[in-house]
Design a protein around this ligand. Sequence first.
Ligand SMILES: Nc1nc2c(ncn2[C@@H]2O[C@H](COP(=O)(O)OP(=O)(O)OP(=O)(O)O)[C@@H](O)[C@H]2O)c(=O)[nH]1
Ligand SMILES: [Mg+2]
Length: 242
Amino acid sequence: MKPLNFNKAEFITSYGKFTQIPKSDRPEFAFSGRSNVGKSSLINKIFNRKNMARVSSVPGKTVTINFFSVEDVYFVDLPGYGYANVSKSEKSKWGDLIGGYLGDFERNVEIVFQLIDMRHAPSKDDLQMINYLIDNEMPFVIVFTKADKLKPTARKERMAAFADEIPCFEDIHCIPFSAVTGEGVEELKAIIEEVRADWFETYGEQGDEAFEEELPEEDVPEDTDEDDDEPFTGFLTPNRKR
Ligand SMILES: Nc1nc2c(ncn2[C@@H]2O[C@H](COP(=O)(O)OP(=O)(O)OP(=O)(O)O)[C@@H](O)[C@H]2O)c(=O)[nH]1
Ligand SMILES: [Mg+2]
């Protein structure tokens, strides 16, 4: 099959509630990580765009799941977690969104790219995410971001530390990445291509017209729920087992 043309990336829409997200028949690549880890920068780098996925210096501002399309796949920018100064209702929104999305095993979430800042030990939330992905047998790759900020010795030390800090480290595919130097971007693209090719081989080559349940670009239902003030009741709550 023809390789993806990453320059054909388009922003589709942002969802503030999991229930707003229509089902889709396309493979989806999800990007997860704490606020400010570099999710939007990484997506921009893959798309070769300056600012398609918004890069913010004010983290935690919007709690939305952002969908982008590249030809026959979706890129899904998950809301950043772990930002200290967020209200309970924002935290609850975040938990519902990520938990709803990753817990919906009817979606074709083919790979989760779990981003971790290479300079720091993984946070509790990072470890919870990694354990969730392992426990639910979801394919994932760890991307260590901001690699350009570390000198070679510090980088070596941090990578050795990750081996102790991250469960099942030796079995996890890890990619050092920098949105500044472009390190790791080709490897990421290659993984996306490979997973996409496998998916279409398994489910059949399909033209665009086969995607009956394509996400609408407009027409997102209004956010009418009044449960925003409910307390944050936990992390990820999958609605069914794989
Ligand atoms: N030096 C360096 N800075 C980076 C890199 N990636 C991201 N940044 C910077 O880190 C900050 C946060 O980047 P974002 O891409 O907005 O992070 P995010 O994960 O999308 O954050 P939220 O959307 O708030 O969850 C920005 O100031 C970026 O310029 C990188 O690889 N190297
Ligand atoms: Mg972002």
